[in-house]
Design a protein around this ligand. Structure first.
Ligand SMILES: [Zn+2]
Length: 295
């Protein structure tokens, strides 16, 4: 079974929820952007990907910027924050950043104020994933969530501060330094639990330290997995569908083969960051390929 082609225009924001054990997970929104369809699809021919993610006349496809809120008792966690508002008009235009919603606005709709957030967990430090955690106030950079402990992979923090030529277009040091200076940022490696029942697995491939984040892995009830850019949309669930942005394609293929199979076998609920229409979806085996079952 294949899913319908992706939307060309931003759909209306719907704060959908799922449960994974004791976690209540809400899909938030920090708006949308458009990127070149060919970049999002790597070596996949346009004759194929255009049927799944239709392109605009300028060859771009629409992408969501979708943080997730995970709440369990007094733990109020934001997984990935979004692209944020610190963008000059030139870059807003180039990346077609569409502020259809904001992280703070969608959190407010969920009844959460920035001061209430206790933990902020990032999968990697590309600006479209962590830009929103630092805001400009009175000409100074400050954390959006003043009371939260922030987490990001160690190698990603290092690269954000000193990206070098190949990585420079994807990172901004000021997305992490204001947090680091205040002692609010914890670097993680390997398999790391920011909280019991929430596990970051550093994988690499797409970027040096991109991670997937599981909720209630091994616990009673459902398990959820935040795919980040390991599986950017529900249309990218076949292991060879690797973005041109990925730094290490061979590693991406290995990581994706292993984790897509693991999630399919266990029936985990996937959380998709860039998929316009699917915040949630379960990947299932469909003969030699994979298919998406909506949640
Ligand atoms: Zn991304």
């Amino acid at each position: 079974m294949s899913i319908a082609p992706a939307s060309l225009e931003p759909p209306r924001y719907a704060p959908r929820k799922v449960r994974a054990g004791e976690w209540e997970i809400t899909a938030l929104s920090d708006g949308h952007m458009r990127l070149d369809g060919g970049s999002m699809w790597g070596v996949v021919p346009a004759a194929m990907w255009r049927a799944w993610t239709p392109s605009a006349p300028d060859n771009t496809i629409l992408l969501a910027l979708r943080p997730f809120l995970a709440v369990r008792g007094k733990d109020v966690v934001v997984i990935e924050v979004g692209i944020g508002a610190r963008w000059e008009p030139k870059w807003r235009r180039i990346y077609q950043i569409l502020a259809t919603e904001t992280l703070a606005g969608s959190l407010r709709a969920a009844g959460v104020a920035p001061e209430d957030v206790t933990h902020v967990v990032a999968s990697h430090c590309h600006w479209d994933h962590i830009g929103a955690q630092v805001v400009e106030r009175g000409g100074k950079l400050a954390p959006l969530f003043p009371n939260a402990r922030h987490f990001a992979p160690a190698v990603e923090i290092d690269v954000a501060k000193k990206p070098g030529h190949a990585r420079a277009p994807s990172y901004r040091a000021e997305d992490v330094t204001p947090l680091e200076e205040r002692g609010m940022l914890t670097a993680y490696t390997g398999v790391f639990e920011p909280l019991p029942g929430m596990r970051c697995h550093v994988l690499g491939g797409h970027s040096d330290g991109v991670s997937v984040i599981t909720l209630n892995e091994g616990g009673a009830g459902e398990t959820a997995i935040f795919w980040s850019d390991v599986v950017p949309t529900a249309h990218h669930i076949q292991p060879p569908y690797i973005m041109a942005y990925d730094l290490d394609v061979v590693r991406s293929f290995d990581v994706r083969s292993q984790w897509i199979e693991r999630a399919a076998k266990a029936g985990w609920i996937g959380l998709f960051y860039h998929d316009v229409d699917h915040a949630f979806g379960r990947i299932a085996r469909d003969g030699r390929r994979y298919a998406l079952a909506t949640v």
